[in-house]
Design a protein around this ligand. Structure first.
Ligand code: ADP
Ligand code: ZN
Length: 616
């Protein structure tokens, strides 16, 4: 039997597993269930593709986006893997052919949407086939609190009932504790082995500014740092996506809108152009992006405030999947904040839903308003503690002015403690400000030692301090969603004076514009060699011929390795990361020739220019 490592080397052309891919793969190969959290670009697909190749039968991949299945399947075919998909975009004949191949055991991997999978006839069909595993991709779609909620996902527990002996793996790149618990509960994965990787995306630089003059600053940002690179710009409304795309086109950038209101054909064409081209900008509502695995998106810009840190992280995570330096840039306005709050209030959800969505928005606002490393805050939100600041976010690069708030923090923490860790910020602030409200009197909290000891700050300033304490993990909201503030393990260090608390200085206008630091932004263009650009052109021609996006031939990283090592034989070419057997066979010679022609041209050029004029 071929081992996972051999498959990694021969089919994918990679040397070693990343993160804990090997452990996940081993779990599935042993027939056990797994839950795998890995950042975008981390390499989740291999975690189910390789076991599907090792085990007997077909691996069934549940994926929410049928628009991308064709592309995913094409990519696998380029690697020589027998893959296909079944969805409503195919005619009945094609669907029947795929079913036949499935039944004949001629498929390694089959992609299906959850709705299709849950149909009784599909389940019956699967019962007659040999299935190696079920992979549930984008598993956070089960979460009814999440931004990508898909009700059908909640019915997928049925897989376990119908196929109890077939291993299942749920995968996602975004899941806070609550979502994680939901995935386990809803998909009946209590016995699954959990693989939680670091969520960090070190190659993405985070910048968050206010919305003053956002449009002009956006243009300045993309023209300066991404003059001919692909990116995504998120806007709140459909109208705005079209207006911004038009405007960018008048400024000489190729930009296309994308939103759920566009005719299907136009929407698909725009997505297709974006996927295939490496310099198109897509201006979209959040309807765009899930499952988009274009690796060379160099920036994600937000002209609107995401509803939660999960949403922000997922959207910005679409930048730099290839691991190369990328930017996440955002400009948001107070208007966005007001609008989102209103939307929550007016939503048809129940009280619990509203409370939780509100808390998620507050956490997002804390990130916008923070004074410590943004990456630390984001990772902390996903329960990942990072000791050092990142030096790759706007706060690290240009730290805001600070003031000491240790004593104020001690007051608020002790107030939360003395009132039983059950109350939200407004109540605690009222106690500190000595307000004799009915609730405070009823609870007898006008008699505790923290009553009326906080007059040095206004209620708004206290809110700011509380928010900062939540952001840095010294206070947390209760798990029931009531908003009661509780102390954390770290709080003690502040209470006993071991830990100082610094906060951003209070300003009249907290959302005042900050100039971005020009030189710290990522600009990949200077670094790229001429040979790399030459190979890109060859790749473009190949991609056109094969009718696939360019990165499906070889990702940028592989072309960079080729232009660095300049392999001149198939053996040397096979050593380049990302060149597996099938691609070596299909494209190896073409790229070796391209490298050689380029070298010869370069030499002729340099000898001809080095010939002194007087000899000519
Ligand atoms: P995810 O689904 O987690 O966002 P992918 O599975 O699409 O990520 O992988 C991202 C990129 O990393 C792909 O180009 C993939 O081929 C590559 N990759 C995955 N695993 C490895 C590995 N072990 N070594 C090198 N590259 C890898
Ligand atoms: Zn930082």
């Amino acid at each position: 039997m071929t081992t996972p490592l051999e498959i990694l080397k021969t089919i994918y052309g990679y040397d070693a597993f990343r993160h804990n891919q090997d452990a996940v793969i081993e779990t599935l190969c042993l027939g056990k269930d797994a839950l795998c959290l890995m950042p975008t670009g981390g390499g989740k697909s291999l975690c189910y593709q390789i076991p599907a190749l090792v085990r007997k039968g077909t691996g069934i991949v549940v994926s929410p986006l049928i628009a991308l299945m064709q592309d995913q399947v094409n990519a696998l075919k380029l690697l020589g893997i027998k893959a296909d998909f079944i969805n409503s975009s195919q005619n009945i004949t094609t669907q029947n052919q795929v079913k036949q191949r499935l039944q004949n055991g001629q498929l390694d991997i089959l992609y299906v949407a959850p709705e299709r999978l849950l149909m009784p006839q599909t389940l019956d069909l699967l019962a007659t086939c040999e299935i190696s595993l079920f992979a549930i991709d984008e598993a956070h779609c089960v979460s009814q609190w999440g931004h990508d909620f898909r009700p059908e996902y909640q019915k997928l527990f049925i897989l376990h009932q119908r196929f109890p002996t077939i291993p299942r793996i749920a995968l996602t790149a975004t899941a806070d504790k609550r979502t994680r618990a939901e995935i386990i509960e809803q998909l009946d994965l209590a016995n699954a082995k959990q693989f939680i990787n670091s969520f960090d995306r070190p190659n993405i630089k985070y910048t968050i500014t206010d919305g003053d003059n956002a449009k002009v600053r956006l243009l300045d940002f993309i023209n300066t740092y991404h003059p001919n690179e692909a990116g995504i710009i998120y806007c709140l409304s459909r109208k705005k996506t079209e207006a911004i795309a038009d405007w960018l086109n008048t400024k000489g950038r190729r930009a296309l809108p994308y939103h759920a209101g566009l005719p299907v054909e136009e929407r698909n064409n725009n997505q297709e152009t974006f996927l295939r081209d490496s310099s198109t900008i897509i201006v979209a509502t959040i309807a765009f992006g899930m499952g988009i695995d274009k690796p060379d998106v160099r920036f994600v810009a937000h002209l609107t405030l995401p509803k939660s840190i999960e949403a922000y992280y997922q959207e910005t995570g679409r930048a730099g999947r290839d691991g190369l330096p990328s930017n996440a840039w955002m400009a948001y306005s107070l208007q966005d904040v007001i609008m989102l709050r209103q939307m929550i209030e007016e939503s048809s959800g129940n009280e619990l839903y509203k409370r939780i969505t509100k808390q998620k928005l507050e956490a997002m606002l804390s990130l916008c308003d923070c004074y410590t490393c943004r990456r630390q805050i984001i990772l902390n939100y996903f329960d990942e503690y990072v000791p050092d600041k990142c030096n790759n976010c706007d706060v690290c690069i240009e730290p805001p002015q600070m003031q000491d708030a240790t004593i104020a923090s001690q007051k608020i923490l002790s107030c939360a403690y003395r009132t039983g860790q059950r109350f939200g910020s407004s109540y605690l602030i009222d106690v500190l400000l000595g307000k004799e409200t009915d609730r405070i009197l009823n609870n007898n909290h006008h008699n505790i030692s923290t009553f009326n000891i906080g007059l040095e700050h206004s209620s708004i300033e206290w809110k700011h301090i509380v928010r900062q304490l939540i952001v840095s993990g010294y206070l947390k909201t209760d798990n029931e969603g009531y908003g009661g503030l509780q102390l954390t393990k770290q709080s003690k260090s502040i209470l006993i004076g071991k830990q100082k608390v610094l906060i951003r200085q209070f300003k009249k206008n907290k959302l005042k514009s900050k100039q971005h630091n020009k030189h710290s932004y990522t600009n990949n263009n200077e670094k790229k060699s001429n040979l790399f650009e030459h190979l890109r052109k060859i790749r473009f021609t190949m991609a056109k011929k094969e009718n696939v996006p360019a990165y499906r031939i070889f990702p940028d990283k592989t072309l960079e390795a080729m232009s660095h090592f300049k392999p001149d034989s198939l053996t040397k070419m096979s050593k380049i990361s990302g060149v597996g057997d099938k691609k070596l066979h299909s494209y190896g010679k073409i790229f070796i020739d391209a490298i050689q022609t380029f070298q010869i041209k370069k030499e002729t050029k340099s000898t001809s220019t080095s010939t002194p004029d007087f000899l000519g």
